[in-house]
Design a protein around this ligand. Structure first.
Ligand SMILES: Cc1ncc(COP(=O)(O)O)c(C=O)c1O
Length: 470
């Protein structure tokens, strides 16, 4: 463990012991340098690490304060560690929930997208007009797979900011992360193969498995600590797994992220078994604090990780631009893309390339992270104020999802149907598993400002849950 990590750990222990409590000011950087004998840089790194973990917050002029930490959430009953499914059948349910959530005027707690008012839509429209005016006559051919060279270079430079060396040559631009993930899975598997997913998992993983006629092994994933590596190790010893598809950061639906140590251990485990990882990292930019976390791909020495990213959650939904840094698998994946969608829309690639190469992008991301972090905490507090105590709310730093555990006898699908009738959507737990184990869970979108409309919707939801319990 590096010195700054040790110091961060010591400070965390003292906070847990109550030496400093929520709202208290931590000793200044200077004071800690004097007390610990460590360098200013080490102390600063430790404070920034704690900030990125949401343990402390930086306040202008007053230094660092201990953050009000929500309660720790654990599953009320420990779920099974492994579920095997030789037939995945989720598509119809996902389709019906997504259709119902599209109704005009609905309060979108069930939505997977952040509040669209957080996106710089007008500035992007200006980029789109500018690039389409100046497109070369050969623009269609120029932007065929692997995609626009300027955009791939800009993405590779963003990896460099994380200290990762990813060549533009291994990056393929796709129509959103959904295409990146689907092509990655098709590159690694054939019908009948076993694929490891998390439990619960993003429903898109199960839809892709269903479409490609694969078999799923769902491995228990803790709402705070992420995937159970011991269970994964057992699975890898027992089954001829062809791919592992998971999220190491801001997992959907749980919100949790793996520590660096766990990311590295996960990579080593998969590498030992020569299993490639499809890393779904669409919320990568939505971290808290000033240190950007690095994905599992950062530990990849063999080109085995297919790292899938998107602009849908951090810049603009609907332009449908994502990518995959596909390592060893880039040549095969490009060929599959040519056989399926051919390429991503050229004007959209050019517009995004134009925007992200300007200073506006970093400015936008900073504001977005801050707003999402504030709104998520406010929504958590609002829920806690209105929901019965028997409902657990999982709070993990970053992203914009909250995961709720209702009492075990309840069925969130029923709450979902009643909520839709009252003009509110939620994402019921059954969306995130091929089994019924998450029947009494739901995911809520916490990216919206706590306006009077949102507060009323939370009150209605709490009432539906209370009435169910009676
Ligand atoms: C976890 C996860 N992965 C992938 C996607 C798809 O992203 P895109 O809109 O870029 O296709 C989503 C969208 O909801 C998501 O939540």
């Amino acid at each position: 463990m590096a010195k700054y990590e040790q110091l961060a750990q010591e400070l965390k222990t003292r906070i847990a012991q109550g030496v400093w409590q929520a709202g208290d000011k931590l000793p200044s950087l200077r004071q800690t340098v004097a007390d610990s004998g460590l360098s200013l840089m080490t102390v600063l790194n430790a404070y920034q690490l704690l900030e990125s973990q949401g343990v402390i917050t930086a306040q202008e002029k007053s230094g660092y304060l201990v953050a009000p930490l929500p309660e720790t959430f654990r599953y009320p009953d420990r779920p099974r560690q492994i579920y095997l499914s030789d037939k995945v059948d989720i598509n119809e349910f996902v389709f019906s929930v997504l259709q119902a959530s599209k109704q005009a005027g609905i309060v979108p707690f069930g939505s997977g997208f952040p509040d669209p008012s957080l996106f710089p839509q007008q500035a992007l429209a200006r980029s789109l007009v500018k690039v389409t005016r100046h497109m070369s006559p050969s623009f269609a051919a120029d932007n065929l797979p692997p995609g626009n060279a300027g955009l791939r270079k800009a993405i590779s430079q963003r990896y460099a900011k994380l200290g990762m060396s990813i060549s533009p040559d291994e990056i393929i631009i796709t129509s959103g992360a959904m295409e990146a993930l689907n092509l990655s899975l098709a590159t690694l598997t054939q019908a009948g193969d076993w694929v490891v997913i998390e439990s619960p998992t993003f429903y898109g993983a199960m839809q892709a498995i269903e479409r490609l006629k694969l078999k799923a092994i769902a491995v228990a994933t803790d709402p705070q600590q992420g995937i159970d590596l011991e269970a994964l190790a057992e699975v890898l010893k027992t089954y001829p797994v062809k791919a592992c598809w998971l999220m190491s950061q801001h997992q959907n639906p749980l919100g949790c992220s793996l520590s660096d140590t766990k990311k590295q251990a996960l990579y080593q485990l998969l590498n030992e078994h020569k299993v490639s990882l499809i890393e779904d990292d669409v919320y990568q930019e939505l971290y808290v604090g000033s240190i950007a976390p690095r994905p599992v791909k950062a530990f990849d020495t063999e080109g085995r990780v297919l790292h899938c990213g998107s602009f849908s959650k951090s810049l603009i939904a609907g332009y449908r631009v994502g990518w995959v840094a596909a390592g060893l698998h880039a040549p095969k994946l490009q060929r599959l893309q040519v056989m399926s969608t051919l390429s991503t829309s050229a004007p959209m690639q050019l517009a995004i390339a134009d925007f992200i190469q300007s200073a506006q992008y970093e400015r936008h991301l900073k504001q977005l992270r801050k707003k999402l972090a504030d709104r998520k905490l406010a929504m958590y507090q609002l829920l806690r104020a209105h929901l019965p105590e028997s409902v657990g709310v999982n709070f993990a730093q970053g992203g914009y999802f909250l995961w709720l555990a209702l009492p075990a006898h309840m069925d969130a699908t029923q709450i979902y149907s009643e909520a839709i009738e009252r003009g509110i959507s939620i994402a019921p737990g059954n969306l995130f598993s091929n089994q019924v184990e998450f029947r009494h869970f739901m995911r809520l979108n916490a990216s919206y400002e706590c306006s009077p409309e949102i507060v009323s919707a939370v009150v209605v939801l709490a009432e539906l849950i209370r009435n169910y319990s009676r």
